[in-house]
Design a protein around this ligand. Sequence first.
Ligand SMILES: Cc1cc2nc3c(=O)[nH]c(=O)nc-3n(C[C@H](O)[C@H](O)[C@H](O)COP(=O)(O)O)c2cc1C
Length: 169
Amino acid sequence: MKKETTISAVFEETISRMKGDGVILLAGDPPNPMTIGWGTIGYIWGRKIFTILVRPSRFTHALMEKSKEFTVNILGDEFRRQLSLCGTKSGRNTDKIKECGFTLENGICVKTPFIRESHIHYECRIVQENELLPEKIAADIAKRYYPAGDFHTVYYGEILGIFKCSPTL
Ligand SMILES: Cc1cc2nc3c(=O)[nH]c(=O)nc-3n(C[C@H](O)[C@H](O)[C@H](O)COP(=O)(O)O)c2cc1C
């Protein structure tokens, strides 16, 4: 059972998992899980915002464009296999929910579901998106991360709810 929580209660864990094996972005109808590692959490426009970066080549990119919302699901160490699978296979030709054995539950604030096996999840609606501008990126970053020109789209998701498993009494 999850309870609503605050950014400060889950920030450290979210950032360290993004830096490690990643977290699961879920978007679309039917929903497709994709591992992400790049993003930030903070306040813009007086709102809590989860900023994530998705390359246009990802199947998830078209789903984000259509659904205009997403969930971010934080999973424990025992889900390393699933995080790797969702970060290497594409929803274009794989049913990743099935292969991972994930159970989906209805979102509380958005139509997109969350992964029941996650111990923390964020529910977000996209309030802004923009493309990275090649001419504005430092040359060393462009050279290292964008040799094929597949510049990310940056999505700003207003965090409508953050939910965390509460320890059983
Ligand atoms: C640890 C990890 C982190 C990743 N982070 C991102 C990311 O932040 N943005 C992105 O566009 N792709 C990222 N990827 C790559 C996608 O997860 C991968 O290309 C995936 O297969 C795309 O799935 P889809 O085609 O079903 O959308 C990451 C992969 C891994 C393994």
